[in-house]
Ligand binder design. Structure first.
Ligand SMILES: N[C@@H](CCC[C@H](N)C(=O)O)C(=O)O
Length: 290
């Protein structure tokens, strides 16, 4: 990593918080160890993940999307691992682009490892992301916490989710480490696990254990996975009825509104906030990069 002045911002979407590193020309090397240190809440800046903001044309993983989306969200989990998608991250990413003057209010496209996402920045401040379609693998997965086990509904939103319905969110326990799931072979690269309880008609609450980050206060892709799993459980399928279905998903850090359309497309709407801006101390970086 170059040790010239590197700016960062801190932002969150329903309290899923991120270190944002603007690097339009992809000049920075961000190895796993540096990302993990930046996301460390005691030794670094602190965050559930890191949003590396790069022009698509400048990033080998995004070059082929550059024609459709000028900016690429190079998303990393708090442990430095790479993920395909981050729903809250895309909203915060768009808020950063707007604040920096790179885009205006209205519509834009963001490239991610999960493909190009359409984003709408509304006048009232909330941001909507068209998250694409869900895929519902049929594999059976069992999640176990504190001696209780549940069959999970697998939902892929570009990244993998295992959704379990519980009577009480407290049944999810402390979530200090990834809850055991079996068979492990279904998710060899790990999985995000959502625990869901009903709150009312088309209204649920959830907690999440994120792959690579631990328990977080919100997960956008997770909320979409939960909305789809709850809809199918409720016998609601917009593809069959031809009517959009909206679910409200409460998370510890706020509320997300998820709408699934007859063509399978899923929109997620929620807030995105930039909290601070600063400079990473080059001397501190030196201690890690040598
Ligand atoms: N918090 C995110 C999801 C981030 C990636 C996830 N931990 C994974 O590894 O798949 C969201 O808002 O979607």
């Amino acid at each position: 990593m170059s040790t010239s002045q590197i700016t960062f911002l801190k932002g969150h979407g329903t309290e899923n918080d991120f270190v944002i590193v603007p690097d339009p020309d992809n000049a920075l090397d961000l190895p796993v160890s540096v990302v993990a240190r930046l996301c460390d809440r005691r030794a670094g800046i602190g965050g559930d993940g890191l949003l590396h903001v790069v022009r698509s044309a400048a990033h080998p993983e995004a070059r082929d999307m550059a024609e459709h989306a000028e900016w690429f969200m190079d998303y990393r989990n708090a442990d430095g691992s790479v993920a395909e998608m981050c729903g809250n991250g895309v909203r915060v990413f768009a808020r950063f682009l707007q604040r920096a003057g790179f885009v205006a209010e209205g519509d834009l496209a963001v490239a991610t490892r999960g493909g190009v996402k359409r984003v709408h920045i509304a006048k009232d401040g909330d941001i909507t992301v068209s998250m694409g379609r869900s895929v519902l693998p049929e594999d059976g997965v069992t999640v176990t916490v504190d001696g209780r086990s549940w069959e999970a509904r697998n939902v892929n939103m570009g990244n993998p989710h295992a959704v379990v319905f519980v009577e009480d969110l407290a049944h999810a326990g402390e979530l200090r480490s990834v809850p055991p799931f079996s068979p492990q072979s279904v998710y060899p690269a790990g999985v995000n696990i959502e625990f869901v309880a009903d709150r009312g008609p088309r209204h649920v609450a959830m907690r999440v254990h994120e792959r690579g980050s631990g328990e977080t206060r919100s997960c956008g892709t997770g909320a979409c996975a939960v909305a789809v799993a709850a809809a199918r459980r409720d016998g609601v399928d917009p593809g069959r009825t031809g009517a959009p279905a909206t679910y409200t998903v409460d998370l510890p850090g706020g509320t997300l509104v998820i709408t699934e359309y007859p063509d399978g497309g899923i929109d997620m709407t929620g807030p995105a906030v930039i909290v601070a801006e600063g400079v990473i101390d080059p001397a501190w970086l030196e201690t890690m990069t040598g």
